[in-house]
Design a protein around this ligand. Structure first.
Ligand code: GMT
Length: 379
């Protein structure tokens, strides 16, 4: 199949999932055309069957806001015509689903049928989409999609709760690629962070409010009071300064490393002894799945779709949102008991196996085949 994949090109989970999905589909012989405003961070140059099309928004003094959705729609129409796309798969509803709808309708006027699949990732529904400014358009674009998927049952239920949905939403979980994990594990450089064999606590996110990075810092203070350990904070975003200041105020800054964005989190995760994800809301928690796949127990919140991926008391522990004291207590259990941490580590790898690429990819392929059959022949 020739598939156009629309995505955010950044470090966020939706972009990572979309890019890894496209690369894996290309390895299976499909032709993949990524469409975004810049090259996706996880895209490798010159992979067989993988192409990138940049959305350019022309500058004009009249525009107070860039008409990105219009530029994206035009790029979709152009790419579909030039590359003879069979279908379009958009990741993250805003503004990708309305743009794909418009493109599909424009192509219809040319006698072409190019269906689109929308994958909902989380904040497009739970934080941004349900805002009254977007809701009518997002409801419409979801209902008009030829197929809709959500990355967890929680996200499916949230979508049905907040939007007027008539379309069936299928749950297709996020995935990990065991081959990529095996490859990256070789690179573990724990001694850089913990030269004296300290335990390593790690958090990876975009440092937005929803990630509650302050809970990571507060919990770490309670942990470092008890055992020698280091905190590695990976990523960047609006709450980073606050987190660094809090670490300073609490007198633990010297035990922390804020290392900024890392292109591939799999290259750093194996350095950790526990992974923290205390989010206020999390539709799936891809970074926690990646940690589990590396055998790293997860200390997190029981928010959103987290309990669909994590098994409380087996792959780590889930606490109430904001209860950093409980998180610290749980982390200390794992960090101070070698047999517990090794049992958790094995359970993590086993549970992450349920989310393997080779299990999830055919689910997307089956959806593509179905919508193509329903849409009928095009090019
Ligand atoms: O977590 C973020 O803020 C980034 C966001 C994104 O769109 O990239 O992540 C969402 O999609 C990921 C991939 O499906 C999920 O693993 C994350 O749980 C989800 N984030 C939230 O729901 C907050």
């Amino acid at each position: 199949m020739r598939i156009g994949i629309v995505l955010y090109p950044t470090f966020g989970g939706s972009g990572v999932v979309a890019t890894e999905l496209g690369k894996a589909l290309a390895r299976k012989g499909h032709e993949i055309h990524f469409i975004s405003y810049s090259q996706p961070v996880r895209m490798d140059a010159f992979q067989q069957g993988v192409f990138f099309h940049e959305v350019m928004v022309p500058d004009y003094p009249l525009f107070h806001f860039d008409p990105y959705e219009v530029a994206l729609t035009s790029t979709l129409v152009r790419t579909a015509l030039q590359e003879k796309l069979d279908l379009i798969h958009v990741h993250y509803a805003i503004p990708h689903a309305p743009a794909a709808f418009m493109a599909r309708e424009i192509l219809k006027t040319k006698g072409l049928s190019v269906p689109f699949v929308t994958t909902l990732h989380g904040t497009d529904i739970t934080l941004v989409g349900k805002d009254q400014s977007y809701e009518p358009v997002i409801s419409f674009a979801i209902n008009q999609s030829d197929a809709v998927t959500a990355v967890s049952s929680y996200l499916k239920e949230e979508t049905l709760r907040h939007f007027s949905i008539t379309k069936n939403i299928e749950v297709v979980y996020n995935f990990i690629d065991p081959l990529a994990i095996a490859e990256e594990k070789k690179e573990c450089t724990k001694a850089i962070a913990a030269p004296n064999g300290e335990k390593v606590v790690m958090h990876i996110s975009n440092f937005r409010k929803v990630k509650r990075v302050q809970d990571v810092i507060q919990a770490f203070r309670l942990i470092v009071e008890k055992i020698p350990c280091r905190l590695i904070m990976v990523g960047d975003g609006p709450e980073r300064n606050m987190a660094e200041n809090l670490a300073e105020e609490l007198g633990i800054r010297k035990h922390c490393m804020f290392i900024g964005k890392v292109k591939n989190s799999l290259s750093i995760l194996p350095c950790a002894d526990v992974f923290f994800l205390p989010s206020a809301s999390e539709s799936f928690g891809l970074s926690a799945l990646e940690a589990m796949a590396c055998g790293i127990p997860v200390i997190g919140s029981n928010a959103g779709g987290m309990p669909e991926v994590q098994i409380h008391g087996k792959t780590g522990f889930l606490s109430e949102v904001g209860d950093y004291q409980d998180m610290a207590k749980n982390a200390l259990l794992v960090l101070t008991d070698n047999s517990l941490s090794s049992a958790f580590s094995k359970a993590c790898i086993k549970q992450a196996n349920a989310f393997r690429l080779d299990i999830i990819l055919p689910q997307y392929e089956a959806i593509y085949k179905r919508v193509l059959l329903e849409a009928g022949p095009s090019f």
